[in-house]
Design a protein around this ligand. Structure first.
Ligand SMILES: Cc1ncc(COP(=O)(O)O)c(C=O)c1O
Length: 369
């Protein structure tokens, strides 16, 4: 698929342009509304997730923003996980709150807690297939049933799982969102997001994204399409590397706890084994070092193969400190409620040689002798 590096498209007459701008006929008018490179990516994403439509956006946050703005209005309520990407907390508490949309953060691994949080004004239940960064796994099928009984829509951020590991629409979710910046792009070289689901829900999100300018650029759409071609292969290697590293770190000196859904010690290991495809559990793990924050920081400074940088889902292993980066929006109490400590380290396992990664991480975790 070539990169249609153009902002505008020639039309025959004013009627055609007016109809294109209203999405009332197929074709392209202006790249903020649509572009053939976006359309190719959207078709591929819809097929992979099993939805009938998809929208490519400028970032994962743009996708999340388009979804919530297309569904919620003042007076509505949204239930979000306590363990969730910090950007969702930021969106809910600094943007939605100002427009009269109330959010409730609950432990979405606790069915009864979610049932109690869904009130008469709740319109949306937000889930992550595997949570950032604590790797909590939500029971999408059970929670979607519960939400639908209450007339609540379910949106699943499946960035950590990707369609290679899970297809939340098939489990009952109404919409799936992704940060394509992560595994779908896969090489730390693009920003992008996606919304996938039925046209009746993706269409309104497209209108919001077109209106507020949240669409992807043609070049990034091209890179995301190229990333999709190797996604399945990369996810296999991310998952096998992460399992090997998680097993080694679980018994390594200096490590207090490893959270990885592929380990039997993970609280939702059984659910993850059932819900995630091919025995894979993805490439993300969360670490608690003995000695707390100072040892977490020391670990970040010690790694040599992995890179200390924010973001995740790339060919190279990345380590970061959620309390000062992805989850800086949370207080110490908020971190605790989300299952983190100020010393939690997030590890995104790349495609390097597993033995090199194990040596690197075990050495970085080792207490000073
Ligand atoms: C789970 C999850 N969702 C959404 C986002 C936001 O994506 P982006 O940075 O592409 O806006 C991120 C970014 O880290 C993420 O980890």
């Amino acid at each position: 698929m070539p990169i249609y590096q153009t902002s505008t498209f020639e039309v025959e007459d004013a009627t055609e342009l007016a109809e294109l701008l209203e999405f009332a006929r197929p074709g392209h008018s202006y790249t903020r509304y649509s572009n053939p490179t976006h359309a190719a990516l959207e078709d591929a994403l819809a097929e992979l997730e099993g939805g009938d439509a998809a929208l490519a956006t400028a970032s994962g946050m743009a996708a999340m923003h388009a979804v919530v703005l297309s569904i919620l209005e003042a007076g509505d309520e949204i239930v979000i996980p306590r363990a969730v990407y910090g950007g969702m907390v930021g969106l809910a508490s600094t943007v939605l709150d100002r427009f009269g949309i109330v959010h409730h953060a609950v432990d979405t691994t606790d069915y009864d807690a979610v049932a109690a949080a869904l009130g008469p004004r709740t319109r949306l239940l937000w889930l992550e297939t595997i949570s950032n960064p604590t790797t909590a796994v939500a029971d999408i099928a059970a929670l979607a049933n519960l939400a639908h009984e209450r007339g609540v829509l379910v949106v699943v951020d499946s960035t950590f799982a990707t369609p290679a590991l899970a297809t939340p629409l098939a489990l009952g979710a109404d919409l799936v969102v992704h940060s394509m910046t992560k595994y779908i792009g896969g090489h730390s070289d693009l920003m992008g997001g996606a919304v996938v689901g039925p046209s009746a829900l993706v269409g309104p999100a497209r209108h919001v994204a077109a209106t507020v300018g949240g669409n992807a650029s043609p070049f990034e759409a091209f890179l995301a399409l190229r990333g999709l071609k190797t996604l399945a292969l990369r996810m296999e290697r991310h998952s096998s590397n992460a399992l090997a590293v998680a097993r080694a770190l679980e018994v390594a000196p200096g490590v207090a706890a490893v959270r990885y859904p592929g380990l039997p010690s993970h609280p939702q290991h059984e659910l993850a084994s059932r819900m995630l495809a091919g025995g894979m559990a993805g490439g993300m793990l969360a670490l608690e070092l003995e000695g707390g924050r100072s040892h977490g920081e020391r670990f970040l400074g010690r790694v040599r193969v992995a890179v200390h940088a924010t973001s995740l889902g790339s060919v190279e292993s990345l380590v970061s400190h959620p309390a000062s980066s992805s989850h800086r929006q949370l207080s110490d109490e908020g971190l605790a409620a989300a299952g983190m400590s100020p010393g939690t380290v997030r590890v995104s396992i790349g495609l390097e040689d597993a033995a090199d990664l194990i040596d690197d991480f075990v050495a970085a975790a080792r207490p000073e002798s």
